[in-house]
Design a protein around this ligand. Structure first.
Ligand code: FES
Length: 149
C-alpha cells in the first residue's frame, strides 16, 4: 500500500487549496488520519474523491448534494471505476440544463446589457419562462436564486 499524502501534497496534486480541503473534510466529504505529529494524512484514493467533488461543484451540485452522492459509495473499500460512473450517470441532465441556461444568457446578453430594465414581464434574462416570479421580486437569478429543476 502506498504512503498516505500530506495536505500540501494533496493540494498540489489536485489543484484544490488546503483551506478548501479542510473545509471538505469538515463537511465530511473527505477524511484523513492524523500522523503522530498531529498532521493530516490522506489515503491516495482521496484524489479521485476530490476530482469528483470539484467536477460536481462545477456542474452545479451543492455540497449537500455531493455529500449524499458520496454516501452512496460502498463503505469500507476504495470505490472502483464502475462505482464512480454510476454516481455521475445522472449528471448529463444537469449539464444539459447548464448548457441551456448559458445559451439563454448568450441570446439575451446584448439586448439586456443595452437595456437594463430587468423587467419580470419581458426580460428573458431576469425571468426565463416567468419561473422566477414565484421566487419574489427582482432579478432572482442574478442575485443567486437557482431555477427550479
Ligand atoms: S434587461 Fe431589459 S430585457 Fe433584459
Amino acid at each position: 500500500m502506498s504512503a498516505p499524502l500530506t495536505i500540501s501534497a494533496v493540494s498540489r496534486r489536485s489543484g484544490v487549496a488546503a483551506s478548501a480541503l479542510r473545509y471538505y473534510e469538515q463537511r465530511g466529504l473527505i477524511a484523513s488520519e492524523r500522523a503522530g505529529s498531529g498532521h493530516r494524512r490522506y489515503p491516495r484514493p482521496v484524489l479521485r474523491r476530490i476530482a469528483f467533488i470539484v467536477f460536481a461543484q462545477r456542474i452545479g451540485l451543492t455540497l449537500e448534494e455531493i455529500g449524499s452522492e458520496l454516501a452512496k459509495l460502498p463503505p469500507g473499500q476504495a470505490p472502483n471505476r464502475r462505482d464512480w460512473a454510476r454516481l455521475s450517470r445522472t449528471w448529463t441532465t444537469r449539464i444539459d440544463e447548464r448548457i441551456a441556461e448559458l445559451q439563454r444568457l448568450r441570446a439575451s446578453l446584448t439586448q439586456c446589457i443595452g437595456c437594463g430594465c430587468l423587467s419580470l414581464d419581458r426580460c428573458q434574462l431576469a425571468n426565463p419562462d416567468d419561473r422566477a416570479g414565484r421566487l419574489g421580486p427582482g432579478a432572482r437569478y442574478w442575485i443567486g436564486d437557482r431555477p427550479a429543476g
